[in-house]
Write a protein that binds this ligand. Structure first.
Ligand code: FAD
Length: 302
């Protein structure tokens, strides 16, 4: 009985908010895949959809083109990711202005990874924004943008301590950030502990958990290593022996992500950010389990 009533409370649509992250496509085939994902997920009426900015600013034009297409062809609210890497302040300010001119009012402001890749030493570009905090201030000076930032429940690999991690988040809020999205994690205890410690230190902005449905375990595990996210043995065990069985892998991936999200719902979490990898199916299934249903009026117009 208790189980049934818990399920009933989990399946209600009310109160669950989602956002979806996409990356800018490199070619026509990837563009079609992205757009298929956007079109499938749009009717779930996300609070916003975000588009990443390639390492080293490598996708400046493509991110802009993707975000602009979302503005023009859908009723979705896009958020453009932006980093400080490999650009002067003037160049970054031009990007910010071009977003404003395109009707974009939400930026995910990041420092970005070192030019040499995650794990190498970070050096600010000469004449560039030095930190994410600087960038946030620059964005806020440029216009009345909503600014979302990153947060790291298991600490950013370059952070000296957990306490320093929260200090940085506080500094980002002081500079004008109003929401954080976390790096992905698989053990909810990391997220819950981070939020508790942040709240205890006076951080009251929403800290939206970033959920990554595991499309490919090996790739996810290797990416996790670079970002400082831990991969529990139980997760490896669940994907064990499935390297040549993509159909079962997908079922497991949906089950794992749904289990994680539903556990967070049981702990009072209402908003989720999904790293979609430009694929809709797993995310759609998890959202369905969270109680989301398509809304006819929402979404892509073409
Ligand atoms: P920051 O919060 O800026 O922190 C980076 C490091 O610097 C930390 O160790 C922090 O403690 C330290 N630090 C920051 N400020 C100070 C200070 N004032 N004094 C001392 N130390 C300081 N990367 C991309 O290239 N493109 C993307 O689109 C992208 N999107 C992302 C979205 C999310 C939700 C997340 C979680 C990450 C994303 N990243 C992206 C990755 C991110 O760029 C890297 O993790 C990068 O190494 C850190 O940038 P940041 O803004 O997340 O970190």
């Amino acid at each position: 009985m208790a189980h049934d009533s818990m399920r009933a409370s989990r399946s209600g649509r009310s109160g669950i908010g989602v956002s979806f992250e996409f990356f800018p496509p490199k070619n026509a085939e990837m563009e079609a895949q992205l757009w298929e994902a956007v079109t499938r997920l749009a009717p779930l009426a996300p609070n916003f959809v975000s588009v990443t900015y390639g390492a080293g600013g490598s996708t400046r034009e493509r991110t802009h083109a993707t975000v602009s297409r979302i503005v023009k062809e859908t009723s979705l609210k896009p958020a453009a990711h932006l980093t400080c890497v490999a650009a002067t302040r003037g160049e970054v300010d031009d990007v910010i202005r071009s977003y404003w001119d395109a009707g974009v009012r939400h930026i995910v402001a990041l420092r970005g990874d070192p030019v040499g890749g995650a794990g190498t030493a970070y050096a600010a570009h000469p004449g560039g924004y030095e930190t994410s905090t600087d960038l946030i201030a620059g964005i806020r000076r440029a216009g009345d943008f909503e600014v979302t930032v990153s947060a790291y429940p298991e600490m950013h690999p370059e952070s000296a301590s957990y306490s320093a991690e929260i200090d940085v988040l506080k500094a980002k809020i002081d500079a004008g950030a109003t929401r954080a999205i976390t790096q992905f994690f698989f053990d909810n205890a990391h997220y819950l502990r981070f939020v508790e410690r942040a709240r205890a230190r006076g951080v009251f902005i929403p800290i939206r958990p970033g959920i990554v449905p595991v499309q490919n375990f090996k790739q996810t595990a290797s990416f996790a290593k670079k970002t400082g996210a831990s991969v529990p043995q139980w997760l490896a065990d669940r994907f064990e022996g499935l390297d040549d069985d993509p159909a079962t892998r997908r079922l497991i991936a949906a089950a794992v992500a749904a289990e994680q999200a539903l556990d967070l719902v049981d702990r009072g979490v209402t908003d989720f950010h999904f790293y979609t990898m430009n694929k809709a199916d797993l995310v759609y299934a998890v959202c369905h389990l969270l109680g989301l249903r398509p809304r006819v009026s929402a979404g892509a117009q073409s």
